[in-house]
Design a protein around this ligand. Structure first.
Ligand SMILES: *Cc1c(COP(=O)(O)O)cnc(C)c1O
Length: 365
């Protein structure tokens, strides 16, 4: 049997003919970038959809993270999680900041607030937690620590598009939140990202920073960067937004299918969503424990041999890569264990349920 390969996070693509009118508008306007009409419309539409005060679009999530750290003038040491994509740590290193890795909570995969205080030193200036897989961090506990020690909080919210807690968007927490609109994320603009800001003044500062620090023809206020999103990406975002609710509800179906069919399988630990408001079903993580009939890596290869490209997000730990070896004397045993057992199954806005069942059959088989 020659089944088509299934990847862990396939991009959502609306029908191509729906995109043509957007392209025609761009051609007519001759505005290709620099805060053009598509860019302005997407910022307004996302503010509404997410229910956040202000949002500044970026060309990708990594530049958004870098700029968020610049905007708050973060230096010294920043407390973060080792259980994340490398961009989290790289954004710190690129700003000359020392990452200090703190262990995670085994239920949420997120920074464990109870372990943060012990890692604070006189050089600590901020905490950079990640809403891993779109599971909300313990934002209240983190804010309380930040307030006590006068630290900033910058959320790497790359996974958290559309996630809400009981009070609204998860992106409203902390000083700033950076999101990613990369092709593999829940909401994508091919490449893209954003910073969610609390007010218009902060957004203005961030908008300057993402445009080389240029304020007007003769004034440059900071050594900014080129973080601008182009009109093509913004237009695609506007189209994606029309499909996002449908894409997320399809993800939920896939999620529930996995939950109901894998819940009883010996040796697989699966996780109910814990948003307490609205989830985005961005990932389907499971832990392959010692009672499963294969090791995690054997299962990963077995699936791959059957055309299913599950991913070990996040293995190795961010802190285990060579560029972090000098920075991570801290012990993070929970993250290490989870990293050895983790496997993320294919889930996306357009994956067919027949394909999901193929994955289930191999896992349960
Ligand atoms: C995807 C991702 C990023 C980076 O976003 P890009 O848009 O790819 O630059 C940062 N952090 C995490 C946790 C991510 O998953």
């Amino acid at each position: 049997m020659n089944d088509k390969p299934i990847y862990v996070t396939e991009p959502y693509l609306p029908p191509l003919d729906e995109f043509i009118p957007y392209l025609e508008q761009i051609w007519a306007s001759k505005k290709l970038t620099n805060n053009g009409p598509m860019h302005q419309q997407l910022e307004a539409a996302l503010r509404d959809y997410l229910g956040v005060p202000e949002i500044a679009l970026f060309n990708n999530g990594t530049i958004a993270l870098l700029t968020a750290l610049q905007a708050l003038r973060i230096g010294g040491e920043v407390i973060t999680t080792p259980f994340s994509f490398v961009a989290t740590g790289h954004s710190l290193l690129w700003n000359g900041i020392t990452p200090v890795f703190v262990d995670i909570d085994p239920q949420t995969f997120n920074l464990d607030p109870e372990k943060i205080e012990a890692a604070i030193t006189p050089r600590t200036t901020a905490i950079m937690p990640v809403h891993c897989y779109g599971n909300p961090c313990d934002v209240a506990a983190i804010q309380e620590i930040a307030d006590t020690y006068n630290l900033k909080v910058i959320y790497d919210a790359a996974h958290a598009f559309g996630v809400e807690d009981a009070g609204g968007s998860i992106l409203r927490h902390g000083d700033l939140s950076a999101i990613s609109f990369h092709a593999t994320k829940v909401f994508n603009t091919f490449e893209g990202g954003a910073i969610v800001c609390p007010d218009a003044k902060t957004k203005r500062h961030i908008d300057n920073l993402k445009n080389f620090g240029i304020v007007n023809e003769t004034t440059v206020v900071a050594s900014g960067i080129n973080g601008k999103m182009s009109e093509i990406n913004a237009a695609f975002g506007l189209l994606q937004l029309k499909h996002i609710d449908q894409a997320i509800s399809h993800r939920e179906k896939v999620y529930r299918h996995y939950l109901s069919h894998l819940g009883g399988v010996d040796g697989l630990d699966i996780f109910e969503n814990v948003a307490g408001g609205k989830s985005n079903y961005a990932y389907f993580p499971l832990l392959v424990n010692e009672h499963y009939r294969m090791t995690r890596d054997e299962l990963y290869e077995y699936l791959r041999d059957h055309g299913i490209y599950a991913r070990r997000y996040f293995y190795p730990l961010l802190s285990a890569h060579s560029c972090y070896r000098d920075h991570s004397p801290a012990q993070t045993p929970v993250a290490e264990k989870m990293s050895r057992q983790i496997l993320c199954l294919p889930i996306s806005g357009q994956i067919e349920l027949g394909e999901v069942q193929r994955v289930v059959a191999l896992l349960a088989g």
